[in-house]
Structures are given as structure tokens and as C-alpha cells.
Design a protein around this ligand. Structure first.
Ligand SMILES: Nc1ncnc2c1ncn2[C@@H]1O[C@H](COP(=O)(O)OP(=O)(O)OP(=O)(O)O)[C@@H](O)[C@H]1O
Ligand SMILES: O=c1ccn([C@@H]2O[C@H](COP(=O)(O)O)[C@@H](O)[C@H]2O)c(=O)[nH]1
Length: 236
């Protein structure tokens, strides 16, 4: 019996590269999709937001002199590419997915319309929210918090490159230790960078808990959905 009926899954874009230097690694995306399929088979309704860090981040464009807003739109388009790849891999694995974009590109994907998204979820389709929030200066973590709150997800699951929230970035500080639980207020006051502050604040205000766990650990998503203690729970 799953612990959650409807989830918002935030997938790391950067992790899609697998061992490649750039782009979408085939074996990696298939594995991610199979893990999602395992969860849908439990009867859980799944909404997904995927990042774009494997292709483009606005902050990288900004750092080499590009207009930041233009660079951010490029980043949002990168998430559309990842979303299309994810939906197509789902199709190949026998699942039904719908991509909805926050930016109008109707020849490519349908626009985000909340009642339609809710209908798809109720029908058991996986809904992939592409193009972030549709606004520059935000991230896909914030988009995940926003869409998660909009569709009434019970929890936001952040599947990322680390296995939880640490006292400091574990990739930079080997002495950092992992929390099994932490409150939003503490995560925000300690300026923990595993999610951006806007996403933390939105989830806190909307009382949407977050669980951060490793995207690389086989079966972790299913264990999380079944209510097992995996990664870190960020709570109100
Ligand atoms: N206190 C912390 N605890 C855990 N991770 C942290 C912390 N501070 C910084 N990080 C870093 O945050 C990263 C996760 O956030 P990031 O936004 O980079 O990835 P993502 O959202 O999974 O990827 P993408 O943006 O491509 O979708 C981790 O890889 C980790 O190195
Ligand atoms: O609401 C949003 C979401 C994303 N962006 C831009 O896209 C890239 C990729 O997203 P990540 O969350 O970093 O994976 C991001 O760096 C922004 O440039 C955005 O502008 N608005």
C-alpha cells in the first residue's frame, strides 16, 4: 500500500547525462522511467518536473556575458527537450505520459492548463511539466514546488545526485553529515543549497513536504513512495 496517492517527482536534469559529458544517456533515462513505472503500478498518480542542467543553465550563459533572461529561456527550452525525451521513453516502455509546457510552443507540446493536468492525473497518465515556471530567474525546483502545490500533490520528491540534505554541500565538504529530517525553517535559516530558497519557501508556505533522495540508488523511489525512511524529509 503506497504512502502517497499523488506525488510530484523532481528529476535532476544533470543526472540524465549518466557518465556522458553532455545530453541524455539512453541507459540512464530508461532506468529512470522503469523506476517511475514501478511506482505507477502501485496506483500512485505521478506528476514530473525534470531539470535542464544536462543541456543548459541560465546562470552559465549569464556568466559569459549573455543577457540572463535570454539564457534562462534557453534553460527552460532545455527542460522541454528533456521532458519530450522522458515522455517518449515512457511511451516505449508502455506507459502513457503527457507533456505540458509553461511556454507556448503548441506545435511541439500542449500548453499547461491546470484542469487538464488534473484530469490526466486522475486518468492515471503521467504528467510532465516542461519549461519550468515559464519565467526567467527561477529554477525547476521552484517549478516543481509550484506545480506540486497546484495539483495537490501530497509530497514533492526530489531525486538528485546526493542521497539527502547535508549540513553542507557533501560534494565540497567531506565532513558534512546527512539529516534524516529537517524543518523548512532550519533548512532556510542554514541556507542549505540543495534546493533554492524560493522552492523551500513555497513548499513551506503551502505545507508541501519534500523528500530528497538519490536518483542513482536502485529502488529508492519505490521505497520512498511506500513510506520507508530514505534520504531526508523536509517538513513544516
Ligand atoms: N546542504 C546540502 N545538502 C545536499 N546537497 C547540497 C547541499 N548544498 C548543496 N548541495 C548540492 O545540491 C545539488 C543538488 O541540487 P542541483 O540543483 O544542483 O541539482 P538538481 O536540481 O538535482 O539538478 P538539475 O538542476 O540539473 O535538475 C547536489 O548535487 C549537491 O551537490
Ligand atoms: O522556472 C524556471 C525554470 C528554469 N529556468 C531556467 O532553466 C534552467 C534549467 O533548470 P534547472 O532548474 O537549473 O535544471 C535554469 O538554470 C534556468 O536558466 C528558468 O529560467 N525558469
Amino acid at each position: 500500500m503506497p504512502a502517497h496517492k499523488r506525488i510530484l517527482l523532481k528529476l535532476s536534469g544533470e543526472a540524465l547525462m549518466g557518465d556522458d559529458a553532455y545530453g541524455i544517456n539512453r541507459a540512464t533515462i530508461v532506468r529512470m522511467v522503469q523506476e517511475i513505472q514501478d511506482v505507477t503500478r502501485l496506483g500512485v498518480e505521478v506528476a514530473v518536473v525534470i531539470g535542464g542542467g544536462n543541456i543548459f543553465r541560465g546562470v552559465a550563459g549569464g556568466s559569459v556575458g549573455m543577457d540572463r533572461a535570454t539564457a534562462d529561456y534557453m534553460g527552460m527550452l532545455a527542460t522541454v527537450m528533456n521532458s519530450l525525451a522522458l515522455a517518449d521513453t515512457m511511451r516505449q516502455e508502455g506507459m502513457t505520459a503527457r507533456v505540458m509546457s509553461a511556454i507556448a510552443i503548441e506545435q511541439v507540446v500542449e500548453p499547461y492548463v491546470r484542469p487538464k493536468a488534473l484530469q490526466y492525473l486522475e486518468e492515471g497518465k503521467v504528467v510532465i511539466f516542461a519549461a519550468g515556471t515559464g519565467n526567467p530567474f527561477f529554477t525547476t525546483d521552484t517549478a516543481a514546488a509550484l506545480r506540486g502545490a497546484e495539483v495537490g500533490a501530497e509530497i514533492m520528491l526530489k531525486a538528485t545526485k546526493v542521497d539527502g540534505v547535508y549540513t553542507a554541500d557533501p560534494k565540497k565538504d567531506p565532513t558534512a553529515t546527512r539529516y534524516s529530517r529537517i524543518s523548512f525553517d532550519e533548512a532556510i535559516s542554514k541556507n542549505l543549497q540543495v534546493l533554492d530558497a524560493t522552492a523551500f519557501a513555497l513548499c513551506r508556505d503551502q505545507k508541501l513536504p519534500i523528500r530528497v533522495f538519490s536518483i542513482f540508488k536502485p529502488g529508492a523511489l519505490k521505497r520512498v513512495v511506500q513510506g520507508e525512511d530514505e534520504g531526508t524529509l523536509v517538513h513544516v
